[in-house]
Design a protein around this ligand. Structure first.
Ligand SMILES: Cc1ncc(COP(=O)(O)O)c(C=O)c1O
Length: 439
């Protein structure tokens, strides 16, 4: 079965070369028995192993096979997570100084990219699902309204799926921006498995980033950027700005292998996971609305007190991905076995008094703007306890993590409603925020 990058690395290792090149372990030694088996495949850019940021083998084939699965013209391996993909995609889609329409649910990496590229954000209102106390799908009507208000908008940035597994109508939003000659970028960090399950999550986008490491059997930080209508040389060039010049070969080989494993038998295993999640959704209060387009493998449980419920689970040696006060999010993949689901069910049964409904959680406010993201992030600032920051302009992000979505982004005013929201969700008000020094 074709795994071009992994095969090239194995072939090089099998030839027992005299390695007078990086990394310093020389393929022979890493000082822990758990790491040592990886050493032979951990190489650098030499003719037999290729160069991630240049045309040629084995990367052309390895990335091409991924592009085929996702139905995109170009795939770029990333070794800095979707974080790197967000930076790369915005640099591809936008010119410095341009406006970008983005959902306010976007990951904190987006706000750093805005500052670095000096982009002008225009935010979509958070589509709050009152009944679920969660961010819902981006409404095409809301997009249309903003495109009409800002005729010069040429880029849209949407997060789909969300952390809770809610997908937006990407083809529809894509058509809207394409009609104006613009581009749609989708942060699909949580959706790398979806195309393998036959879920049409990303068609209609011009660029999509997915974190292989979040939902696939791939190593931490591994991610992929897919693009249509961009010169592949430009995709590589932009990606290289944000990546190490020594990208990790084990990480990239793990993506090569994950794709083939999914095609061979992993997709079927994911379908079984989706069936387990469907049963969990039936049996426990959780996000499962038929009117929503949901990731079939994401289990978003409603609980009365997120931190307390999560602590109780952790005491039982069960560690979910995150909680947001009223929900606990479980990332379920093909590697979760039947007995793992049984153990989870037993724990939920034991904690059933703490299950939903989740308490009403207010929609996060949309703060006022004080400065551009760039002026704020790179401006002079001082640390100050958050509770003393009312009225100040934030130099950084005030972002409960996970999900890492800033309540206040660089350049925004820390107002009364933002402080009250942070208090309500239990944010540590004594933690320090960085605020812009008065001139
Ligand atoms: C929606 C979203 N986008 C991007 C990222 C960043 O991904 P990575 O950790 O792969 O850099 C995350 C991380 O949690 C995320 O939730």
């Amino acid at each position: 079965m074709p795994t071009p990058l992994y095969d090239a690395l194995k072939q090089y290792a099998a030839a027992r070369p005299l390695r007078f090149h990086m990394p310093g372990h020389k393929g022979a030694f890493l000082p822990a028995p758990e790491l040592a088996p990886l050493a032979p495949l951990d190489v650098t850019e030499i003719p037999p192993t290729g160069n991630l940021y240049e045309v040629g083998e084995p990367f052309d084939s390895a990335q091409g096979l991924w592009a085929e699965v996702f139905g995109f013209a170009t795939c770029q391996f990333l070794t800095g997570g979707s974080t790197m993909g967000i930076h790369t995609a915005l640099a591809l889609c936008c010119k410095p100084g341009e406006k970008v329409l983005l959902d306010r649910n976007c990951h904190r990496a987006a706000f750093n990219a805005l500052a670095l590229l000096d982009l002008e954000p225009v935010y979509l209102e958070r589509p709050w699902l009152e009944s679920e106390n969660l961010i819902g799908p981006i409404s095409p009507d809301a997009v249309e309204k903003m495109l009409n208000l800002h005729r010069d908008l040429k880029t849209i940035y949407i997060t789909s799926p969300t952390y809770a597994g809610v997908l937006s109508d990407i083809p529809q939003i894509g058509r809207m921006i394409h009609a104006r000659g613009g581009k749609l970028f989708v942060d699909g960090a949580h959706g790398a498995h979806l195309p393998f399950l036959g879920v049409d999550a990303f068609q209609g986008a011009d660029a999509v980033v997915v974190s292989a490491h979040k939902t696939l059997p791939a190593m931490g930080q591994s991610a992929l950027l897919f693009a249509n209508g961009f010169d592949p040389a430009m995709v590589r060039r932009r990606a290289s700005v944000y990546g190490s010049s020594s990208p990790s070969y084990p990480m990239m080989a793990s993506m090569d292998l994950a794709r083939q494993w999914l095609l061979d038998r992993g997709a079927e295993a994911y379908r079984q996971t989706a069936a387990q999640v469907a049963r969990l959704r039936e049996d426990y209060p959780s996000l499962s609305r038929p009117d929503l387009f949901l990731d079939p493998t994401r289990f978003t449980l409603s609980v009365q007190d997120g931190p307390a419920f999560t602590r109780a689970l952790e005491e039982m040696n069960i560690f979910p991905e995150m909680e947001d006060g009223g929900h606990v999010v479980f990332i379920c993949t093909a590697q979760d076995r039947e007995e793992d689901f049984s153990q989870l069910r037993a724990a939920l049964d034991q904690l059933q008094d703490g299950l939903g409904p989740c308490p009403p959680i207010p929609a996060p406010p949309l703060p006022e703007r004080g400065l551009s993201p760039r002026a704020a992030l790179f401006g002079d600032s001082i640390p100050r306890p958050l509770e003393d920051c009312q009225g100040e302009i934030s130099a950084g992000q005030i972002a409960p993590y996970p999900p890492g979505v800033p309540v206040v982004a660089p350049g925004e005013v820390i107002g009364k409603k933002e402080l009250s929201y942070l208090r309500k969700i239990g944010y540590n008000m004594r933690s320090e925020a960085r605020v812009i020094l008065p001139r």
